[in-house]
Ligand binder design. Structure first.
Ligand SMILES: [Zn+2]
Length: 255
């Protein structure tokens, strides 16, 4: 069984021994493909380090997280763009709009999002979208930017069935994480109604820990619990969910 964690920040673990333990637990649970989204200029080296240590299992992305679009956002973009010239990446991410924490830089967030979509198109790469309390704003930009090149993952999807359909119609797949295991989130009922061909799996570790580990730090090996939940919802096997969602991830990332 090959499970693909399409969104993990496991590179935040700095202790080499703990890092090796985390990776071993991933492999023990069939989670052998990890895609690493970038956050800001400070995380580039962490991602490059992890990809160099585990070249068979880890795949890099680069991008500026919307929560880090602040006063020096253009400088941040310059640094990330420079890294793009030397690092092999499989997506531009994570990028998007987040109005949950702070609306001060909404115009800059929109501008940075568009700028990075342009990078993705120029390099023929998918994008990995972070969207929080900003579906209308993100959707508007995706509609305007839609063409044969625009594609990718709507990370940590937790919207309605209608929003899911809108995102799918634009050529995106939905990243499903720990929220699907939360009793009152309602995402389980949405996921149940979406064909598996539109889904990829993710942990967003160390955040959004799935049941039964909720309350503890998340890790990519827990992806198996998310996959099992999706399998239960679709009345199929864990292996089938692994097979389909890993195939979907290969279509998106080209690896
Ligand atoms: Zn993330």
């Amino acid at each position: 069984m090959v499970l693909t964690d399409t969104h993990t920040h496991q590179y935040y673990e700095s202790d080499p021994a703990k890092k090796a333990e985390l990776m071993q637990r991933c492999l023990d649970n069939g989670v052998s493909r990890l895609f690493l989204p970038n956050v800001d200029s400070g995380t580039i080296a962490l991602i490059e380090g992890m990809v160099n240590t585990y070249p068979q299992n880890c795949f890099a992305m680069l991008g500026l997280h919307p929560c880090d679009v602040k006063e020096s956002w253009q400088q941040e973009l310059d640094t990330i763009y420079a890294a793009l010239q030397r690092t092999k990446v499989y997506a531009i991410g994570e990028i998007g709009i987040d109005l949950y924490w702070d609306k001060t830089f909404i115009a800059e967030q929109q501008q940075a999002f568009r700028q990075q979509i342009a990078w993705a198109k120029a390099a023929d790469l998918p994008i990995v979208i972070h969207c929080r309390e900003a579906f209308t704003e993100v959707y508007e930009i995706l509609q305007q930017e839609q063409d044969e090149k625009l594609r990718g993952i709507f990370h940590c999807f937790s919207g309605t069935l209608e929003q899911a359909q809108q995102v799918i119609d634009l050529g995106f797949v939905l990243g499903i994480g720990g929220v699907v295991t939360y009793k009152n989130a309602g995402l389980d009922k949405v996921v149940q109604q979406i064909d598996l061909k539109h889904l990829v799996l993710e942990t967003d570790s160390p955040y959004l820990t799935p049941v039964p580990y909720r309350g503890k730090p998340n890790e990519s090996s827990y992806l198996v619990h998310i996959a099992q939940k999706v399998a239960d919802l679709h009345q199929t096997s864990l292996e089938e969910v692994a097979r389909i969602t890993t195939a979907n991830s290969k279509l998106v990332f080209g690896v």
